[in-house]
Ligand binder design. Structure first.
Ligand SMILES: *Cc1c(COP(=O)(O)O)cnc(C)c1O
Length: 434
C-alpha cells in the first residue's frame, strides 16, 4: 500500500480516494491540498489494536500525534480506543480542545518548559515521559506546588542504532533524548525518581528511531531494556509495571519498499518482552507501543497543480508545482524519496523522466527527483502519495506561502478538517496594520 486503501482509477481516468474524484476535490478546495482517507486511518488503528489484542491482554496502543494531529484526528483516535502521545504544549492543547481524555495522554519531549508541564498537570495528563534530570526535579517541584503526585515513565536510550536515516535515529548513546544506559545515567534516574515525593515512577520508555524496516532492531532493544528492568529490580527492588517500546515501524513510500506488517511487528514486540521476562525471571510488564507514521502516512496524499515546465535538453526536465518545501519538508530534511503520478490521467503512459520541483526560492526545493510521468502539461494535477505523516505537521510559511487545507474523505464525501490559510492569515500576527 502506497496510496490509501480506497484508491482507484475511475471511468474518467482520474484518481479517486474515499469515493471522491481527486480532480473534483481540487475544483472545490484548490491546490496544494492534503487529502486524508478516513478508512485507511481507521484500518491502521484497528490493525494495531487487533494485532496486540491477539497476543496479550495487557497492552496500550498510543498514537504518536506528531505525525499528524488536528481536532478531528484526536476524535478519530479516541473513537478507535487508542491513547495519545503528545510532544509539546501545542499538541496537548489540541487534544484538550478536542475533548480527548488526557488521562490517556503521554507527554514526551527533551525540554518541556515549566509552562508545558503546568498545562499537563492542570489537565491531568496520564503519564509524563521524563527525559532528563532537570525535568525530574522541575516536575517534582511543580507537582508538589499542586499538591499532587504525577505518574511518569523514564525515557532511556538503549544504545542501539537501527538502520534508518541518521536524523531519525534516537536510541543511540549520543542522543539528545533520554537517559543513557551504558553511562549509568538511566539507573541513577530510576533511583532519583524513587526518592522524589511527588513523582510516581510507573515504568520505562524507549524509542529507538523511525521508519525502521528491520524488526531485529526492536528485538535487540527489548533484550537490552528488559536486562535493565531486571537490574532495576535487583538494585532497588522496584518492579517495572509499564514498558513503552516507542514507535518507528516503517512504511511504504515507494512501490519497491517492503516494510514489515503490523502483525509481524506486534509479534516481535510482545514475544520479545515475554521471552526476555522469562529469561530474566521478572514479571511481564504492560506493553505499550507508540506508532505515528504507520497509522497515517499512507492515508494521505498531496495534490498540486503543475505550472512551469523547464526542459534543459540533455540534462533535466523540471516540472514545477504550486507547493513544495512549505508543505513537504521531508525531501529537503532527510532526502526522503516520494513517487508522483498525474491524478487527472492516471492511466496515461509514463514516458517522461522528470524532476518535480517546488515553487520556493531554494534550489533544494525538489519534491521528487527523476521520476517517470506522462509528459506533464500546465494544469495537470500532480499527486504525491504517502504524505499523511510529517507532511502537514512540518508545513511552514516560507516565502509567505499559506499552509494548505486538509480534507478527510470517506464514502464519497469530503470534509475540511483543517482550513487552508488565507493571505490575511499570513499577516494576522504582524503589527502596524491599518
Ligand atoms: C516520533 C515518535 C514516535 C512515533 O514514531 P513513528 O516512527 O512515527 O511511528 C513515537 N514515540 C516517540 C517518543 C517519538 O518521538
Amino acid at each position: 500500500m502506497v496510496l490509501p486503501i480506497t484508491s482507484k482509477v475511475n471511468s474518467k481516468g482520474h484518481l479517486e480516494i474515499g469515493g471522491c474524484d481527486a480532480v473534483e476535490l481540487v475544483k472545490e478546495h484548490g491546490t496544494p491540498l492534503f487529502v486524508m482517507d478516513e478508512e485507511t486511518i481507521r484500518g491502521q488503528c484497528r490493525a494495531y489494536m487487533g494485532a496486540f489484542a491477539g497476543k496479550t491482554d495487557d497492552f496500550e496502543v498510543i498514537y504518536a500525534s506528531k505525525a499528524f494531529i488536528s481536532v478531528a484526528m484526536c476524535r478519530l483516535v479516541q473513537e478507535e480506543g487508542l491513547s495519545l502521545d503528545v510532544m509539546s504544549g501545542g499538541e496537548l492543547y489540541t487534544a484538550i480542545k478536542a475533548g480527548f481524555p488526557v488521562a490517556k495522554a503521554f507527554f514526551h519531549g527533551n525540554n518541556k518548559t515549566p509552562a508545558e508541564l503546568n498545562l499537563a498537570l492542570e489537565h491531568g495528563v496520564g503519564r509524563i515521559v521524563v527525559d532528563g534530570f532537570h525535568e525530574l526535579e522541575l516536575l517534582d517541584k511543580i507537582a508538589a506546588e499542586k499538591g499532587m503526585s504525577q505518574d511518569i515513565l523514564l525515557r532511556i536510550t538503549p544504545g542501539i542504532k537501527p538502520q534508518t536515516h541518521n536524523f531519525i535515529q534516537t536510541g543511540q548513546l549520543d542522543s539528545k533524548f533520554g537517559f543513557g544506559l551504558q553511562d549509568g545515567l538511566a539507573m541513577s534516574a530510576v533511583k532519583k525518581a524513587l526518592t522524589l515525593g511527588n513523582i510516581n515512577l510507573k515504568g520505562i520508555h524507549a524509542h529507538i528511531g523511525s521508519q525502521i524496516f528491520e524488526l531485529g532492531s526492536f528485538a535487540k532493544a527489548i533484550e537490552i531494556i528488559m536486562g535493565f528492568v531486571r537490574d532495576i529490580k535487583e538494585e532497588t527492588g522496584f518492579v517495572v509495571g509499564e514498558l513503552n517500546t516507542g514507535g518507528g515501524l516503517g512504511i511504504k513510500y515507494k512501490a519497491v519498499d517492503e516494510p514489515s506488517t503490523i502483525e509481524e511487528y506486534a509479534s516481535v514486540i510482545v514475544d520479545g518482552v515475554k521471552e526476555q521476562a522469562a529469561h530474566f525471571g521478572i514479571p511481564v510488564p504492560r506493553i505499550m507501543v507508540e506508532p505515528g507514521r504507520s497509522i497515517v502516512a499512507n492515508a494521505g496524499i498531496t495534490l498540486y497543480t503543475v505550472g512551469t515546465i523547464k526542459d534543459i535538453p540533455g540534462i533535466r526536465t523540471y516540472v514545477s508545482v504550486d507547493g513544495g518545501m512549505s508543505d513537504n519538508l521531508r525531501p529537503m530534511l532527510y532526502g526522503a524519496v516520494y513517487e508522483a503520478l498525474l491524478a487527472n490521467r492516471v492511466d496515461d503512459e509514463a514516458h517522461a523522466l522528470v524532476t518535480v520541483a517546488g515553487k520556493h526560492c531554494e534550489s533544494g526545493d525538489i519534491l521528487v527527483r527523476d521520476t517517470m510521468l506522462p509528459y506533464p502539461k500546465a494544469g495537470d494535477i500532480l499527486c504525491t502519495p504517502a504524505t499523511g505523516a510529517y507532511g502537514y505537521m512540518m508545513a511552514n510559511n516560507y516565502n509567505r506561502q499559506p499552509r494548505p487545507p486538509v480534507v478527510m474523505v470517506k464514502a464519497g464525501s469530503a470534509r475540511v478538517i483543517v482550513r487552508g490559510e488565507t493571505l490575511d492569515d499570513l499577516v494576522r500576527l504582524d503589527t502596524g496594520l491599518q
